[in-house]
Write a protein that binds this ligand. Sequence first.
Ligand code: AKG
Ligand code: FE2
Length: 174
Amino acid sequence: MGLLCEGLGVKEDRLKELSCLDARVMAAHYYPYCPQPELTKGLTPHTDPGVLTVLVQNEMTGLQVKFEEDWVDLEPIPGAIVINIGDILQIISNDEYKSVEHRVLANPFQEPRVSVAIFFNPGQRENLYGPLPELISDEKPAVYREFMFNDYMGRFFSKELDGKTLTNYYRISN
Ligand SMILES: O=C(O)CCC(=O)C(=O)O
Ligand SMILES: [Fe+2]
């Protein structure tokens, strides 16, 4: 958290003060062998909704991140964890940090792929979230309007399965 604050140039623990990392949700994924992997996906493309995700995976490939127009394989490194920036961190950092679109391919191997994701979400679901005031200036006006995390999650679970639309929903168009 200290490092993230440092990267933004805001007071240490500023993100914690906003009750951003109170709630933890865990998802365990099991991707069995798929005989026709070209016909489906293990997990459809999405960005994680919260602040940060910590992901542990076994040594099976499958996770991909979108870089420009390409899907890039994230080769598992034994003992390493993957940290994803979520949409809320993109929004409160006023676009200094970007949440990355990612997906998991259907597993063409006999050995199952297993992963565990821990999502760090805003703890206060009824508080208003938007770009940190100290990151807004005449040169860099707020890119997003404020909203409740509850509103955000409602939209997250009712949106179509594919792709990145939600940060754009709160984006202020100039
Ligand atoms: O299984 C994976 O490696 C990714 C899981 C994931 O993206 C998620 O739970 O949001
Ligand atoms: Fe994810």
